[in-house]
Design a protein around this ligand. Structure first.
Ligand code: NAD
Length: 347
């Protein structure tokens, strides 16, 4: 085990400094709050603009605040007394959202801009920013068989319109707050995260959740068909949520990674067609496939090159897709049934 892994799992690490998590009413932020809480951190402040009853997870013992972090005064309040700040707040979703709401995506620049300044003024020791594989040059991702993306592939820049450019510019803020002002910042480029407590319906859901839901719906209604966005040949890798939160912790406690964007993603590449087959086999059903070629499909292919994370952290996200998808399918199925029964659900 190397230093970063040791620090992330170190039982002697200070557990009483205030951790602030922006976007904690959502999927990854909520899971991160739970992760730190379960590891004995005693002071966690979770912040999200959604009203508290709409948060995906509320962790007992965690201070939960409803505030819009695109406003500077709220960021100042959120960062008060913080040792570490994790910014996971963003207006985001799957391809259906980021291709149709580019202005909303770009406006998330306000969140990081105010949050990082507030963190700096509050004297925080470590600041984490959740970037995305959408920051990579889209020219390199046309072919479903394109090589995995390594960290240097973000430049020359031609990021995903809207969402990707917001991420790239926010990364630069993080790098300059370190270079010019000496605040330690950490940046992970997430590749498609999935798992329980993720958005699974409503238009912002990503492919794994959407496909599980469609299979569950088909089983429930008896309409044994599924509509796939694009021709199904587009490839992606998908990271299970437990790997994501562990990776965030390890990256943020690795001095070698200060102000250095790093991939945080699985390198298990599958096509959307293969993802559908996996969900079908978990659901024990085979569906008639049709393809909506006008639907948003994103780039042709995208995978995470994990050479750097493996070298520096001696670790990489490793939950097999089949295993993670089984957990996710079971959770979405329960959500689906709960909603049918008129109970409150996530998204
Ligand atoms: P999510 O939508 O579930 O969570 C984001 C949360 O941010 C939401 O609860 C939302 O209400 C909140 N938010 C939005 N605007 C806000 C504001 N002005 N003030 C306060 N809160 C605000 O998304 P997620 O999947 O948990 O993503 C978390 C972060 O990870 C985001 O920055 C996202 O861009 C990044 N990311 C996610 C993925 C993925 O596959 N889920 C991939 C790449 C990057």
């Amino acid at each position: 085990m190397n230093d970063a892994a040791r620090s992330a799992t170190d039982s002697t690490r200070d557990k009483h400094g205030l951790i602030v998590i922006g976007g904690a009413g959502g999927f990854i932020g909520g899971s991160l709050a739970r992760y730190f809480h379960e590891r004995g951190h005693t002071r966690i402040r979770a912040v999200d603009k959604k009203p508290l009853p709409e948060w995906y997870q509320r962790v007992p013992g965690v201070e939960s605040l409803c505030m819009d972090l695109s406003e500077s005064a709220n960021c100042v309040r959120a960062c008060e007394g913080a040792c570490e700040v994790y910014n996971l707040a963003a207006d985001m979703g799957g391809m259906g959202f980021i291709e149709n709401f580019r202005v909303e995506c770009l406006r998330s620049i306000l969140i990081n801009t105010h949050m990082i300044e507030a963190a700096y003024r509050a004297g925080v020791a470590r600041y984490f920013f959740s970037s995305s594989a959408c920051a990579y040059n889209t020219e390199l991702q046309k072919d479903p068989k394109c090589p995995a993306l390594k960290e240097s592939d973000a430049y020359p820049a031609m990021a995903e319109r809207g969402y990707g450019w917001e991420k790239l510019l926010s990364e630069m803020f993080c790098q300059e707050y370190w270079a010019e002002r000496g605040m330690m910042t950490f940046i992970a480029r997430f590749h498609n995260v999935y798992g329980p407590y993720g958005t699974w319906d409503g238009g912002r859901e990503k492919a794994p959740a959407a496909i599980c839901r469609k299979v569950i719906e088909a089983k429930d209604t008896g309409r044994r068909e599924i509509v796939i966005w694009g021709d199904g040949s587009q490839t992606r890798s998908f990271m299970y949520i437990d790997d994501c939160v562990k990776g965030i912790d390890m990256i943020t406690h690795c001095e070698e990674l200060i102000a250095t964007p790093i991939n945080l993603g699985s390198s298990e590449l599958v096509s959307v067609n293969e993802l559908v087959s996996l969900a079908e086999s978990i659901g024990g059903i085979t569906l008639e496939r049709s393809y909506d070629l006008d639907a948003p499909r994103g780039v042709g292919g995208r995978n995470s090159d994990n050479t750097m994370i493996q070298r520096i952290l001696d670790w990489q996200p490793n939950r097999p897709l089949r295993d993670g998808l089984e957990q996710t399918y079971a959770w979405i199925e329960q959500q689906y049934m709960d909603r049918k029964a008129g109970k409150r659900t996530v998204s």
